[in-house]
Every structure is written in C-alpha cells, then in structure tokens.
Design a binder for this molecule. Structure first.
Ligand code: CDP
Ligand code: MG
Length: 132
C-alpha cells in the first residue's frame, strides 16, 4: 500500500489544529500508520529542506519548522501521496483554495501548516529520515 510522510508544522500545533488536520486525512479514507509529536532539530531541518538551501526564504523556513514541536506522521492508502498534496493545497496561502488545509488555515509564508511528500521517491526518503 502506498505511504506518504506528513509534518503538521509548529504553527499548526501551537494553534491547536492537529485534530482538525488529522480528521481531514482520515475522512479521505487514509490510515495513520505512524504518528509522533517531536521537536525537529536544526540539523534535520537543513537536511529535509536541503533542496531549498539556496533560496532567500531558507533561513525563515528553518526558524519556522524548528519553532516548537511538530506532529510527524506516515499516512497510508491508495494514491495517498497525491491525495494528501491535494488536501494540503497550494504552497502560497494566497493561491490555496478554500476547502484545502492551507486555503482554510494558512495566512502567510513560510507558515504553510503542513508538509507532505511530493513523489514516491521523496516519500520513501522522508519516511526513512524521520522514522528510519
Ligand atoms: O511545502 P511545499 O512542498 O508545498 O512547497 P515547497 O516549494 O517545497 O517549499 C517548502 C516550504 O518552504 C513551504 O511549505 C514554505 O514553508 C516555505 N516557502 C516559503 O517560505 N516561501 C516560498 N516562496 C516557498 C516556500
Ligand atoms: Mg516541497
């Protein structure tokens, strides 16, 4: 069965949105295979977002993802990688459609509420990185 990796980011944990976000994934028919509240270290954040290291928003992204505890999870189900990206919505909160997680809860970058793997290759690498 296909698996994907999610992070419910610190701003969402702080705002009490964990239950609401997990409810949406479960309502879509996805199964929670792993779930853990964990503070992401700066070293792990740098590795996870290494492909963005040269972007101007990288320092702010590192600060945001390490600002407090996150909820890390592995979700499972048919086509769950694409389903979870659809449920998350567009990266830019101004472009995320109402009804998506970001469309409903994200206000400004870099605070995008959730991370979700974007391909089978990244899902496998991210599950290994955080739950290996
Ligand atoms: O999270 P997603 O895969 O949708 O987007 P990304 O392009 O891989 O960017 C990763 C994260 O960097 C986003 O979720 C934002 O937190 C942050 N970001 C930002 O602060 N400003 C941007 N212009 C693009 C991304
Ligand atoms: Mg991405």
């Amino acid at each position: 069965m296909e698996q994907t990796f999610i992070i419910i980011k610190p701003e969402a944990v702080r705002r009490g949105l964990v239950g609401e976000i997990l409810r949406r994934f479960e309502a879509k028919g996805l199964t929670i295979a792993r779930l853990e509240l964990r503070q992401i270290t700066e070293a792990t954040a740098r590795e996870h977002y290494a492909h963005h290291a040269d972007k101007p928003f990288f320092p702010g992204l590192l600060r945001a993802i390490t600002a407090g505890p996150s909820v890390l999870g592995v979700l499972e189900g048919p086509d769950c990688i694409r389903h979870v990206r659809n449920l998350a919505g567009a990266t830019n909160p101004l472009e995320a459609q109402p009804g998506t997680i970001r469309g409903d809860f994200a206000n400004e970058l870099p605070y995008t509420i959730v991370h979700a793997s974007d391909s089978p290759e990244t899902a496998q690498a991210e599950i290994q990185r955080f739950f290996g």
